[in-house]
Ligand binder design. Structure first.
Ligand code: G3H
Ligand code: 13P
Ligand code: ZN
Length: 332
């Protein structure tokens, strides 16, 4: 058993309370590689921001859970080395799908876990979340739950069945499950293709796709039901068009990739939304830099030559999110 406290990590309780009160959101960046970890820590330290480093099931399969945990421990030490006296870094399990995986992470140094029972029937989601909460709280680990299914507007339209979070369920769900934060569905979705062409309008000036707005009315109703309760948004990459253009210019093929406009994420950050999940934007920043580097330097084959600009580009993106979108800078 390794407690996250021995590793210098923190849980989300205090940082979420401050974020909700202060009208900003904590960045939750997924990481799979050392370069992502370094870029996240450099950005957080430079901006004096708390940060959540999150690990998916896929990340555990790719990089190995133990290695990622040691990398998070290394992240704390690296932040100190970069001059941050009191880093506020959370190691979070993203989309945990069973009690067992949550327990394994809690027993191995994670300070926060998500139990994603959003695809289960309502009562089963509550029961599973409650079981995880009981174990996690006994170890002072915080728990994110999810209510409503992130599928995108397509399902809303085609099935005519709402997958958005139902505001009338949030009080019952959070009270009975005991979760510390709640991921909701208001129109975001995972990946770099969040909306189809048909769901978007076209900007007459640029010809680019303009996605439909998030369901801020549902968010407002949830806040009314659960005042001050920490709300989480998954699927919040904005899919920067300059990165997509760079990828396409240098041999990639990402037609019609589209994300959530940053103004909408900024608006959400000022509300009870206190954790915003970003993964795809990091993938795009890394890929764009590497494709460009290879195109301009066909003779390079030392990974450090192309991973360095990739790391720099990711750091630039993380800094931009922290300062210009989430507003979590200068909070340490
Ligand atoms: O929620 C999904 C995250 O972007 C993680 O993605 O499962 O491919 O690691 P992944
Ligand atoms: P994006 O695919 O929009 O980056 O979402 C990531 C996420 O929600 C991780 O849980
Ligand atoms: Zn997610």
């Amino acid at each position: 058993m390794t407690s996250y406290k021995e590793l210098g990590l923190v849980n989300t309780r205090e940082m979420f309370a401050k974020a909700v009160a202060g009208g900003y959101a904590i960045p939750a960046f997924n990481f799979n590689t050392m370069e992502q970890m370094q870029a996240i820590v450099q950005a957080a330290v430079e901006c004096k921001s708390p940060v959540i480093m999150q690990v998916s099931k896929g990340a555990r399969a790719y990089a190995n859970g133990t290695i990622l945990r040691y990398m998070a421990q290394g992240a704390v030490e690296y932040a100190k080395e970069l001059g941050c006296e009191n880093p506020q870094i959370v190691l979070h399990l993203d989309h945990g799908d069973s009690f067992e995986i949550c327990k394994e992470c809690i027993d191995n140094g994670f300070s926060s876990v998500m139990i994603d029972g959003s695809h289960l029937p309502y009562e089963e989601n509550i029961a599973l979340t409650k079981k995880v909460v009981e174990y996690a709280h006994a170890h002072d680990v915080t728990v994110e739950a999810e209510l409503g299914v992130l599928a995108g507007v397509e399902d809303e339209v085609s099935s005519e069945v709402s997958h958005y979070t139902k505001p009338e369920e949030v009080v019952d769900f959070s009270t009975r499950s005991g979760c510390d934060s709640l991921a909701i569905s208001i129109g975001t979705s995972h990946g770099a293709y969040k909306f189809t062409r048909e769901q978007c309008t076209i900007d007459p000036q640029t010809g680019k796709l303009v996605p439909p707005p998030l369901a801020f009315d549902i968010l407002a109703e949830i806040e009314k039901q659960l005042p001050g309760f920490p709300i989480v948004l998954h699927g919040s990459s904005s899919v920067p068009q300059d990165e997509v253009d760079t990828i396409n210019q240098f041999g990639g093929k990402l037609p019609d990739a589209v994300g959530i406009p940053e103004e909408q994420l900024r608006k959400a950050s000022e509300s009870a939304v206190c954790k915003i999940n970003i993964d795809s934007d990091s993938r795009l920043a890394m890929t764009a830099a590497i494709r460009k580097h290879f195109a301009e330097n066909p003779g390079h084959f030392d990974p450090r030559q192309y991973l360095k600009p990739a790391r720099e580009n990711m750091k630039k993106m993380y800094v931009h999110k922290i300062v210009n979108v989430l507003g979590s800078n200068d909070k340490l």
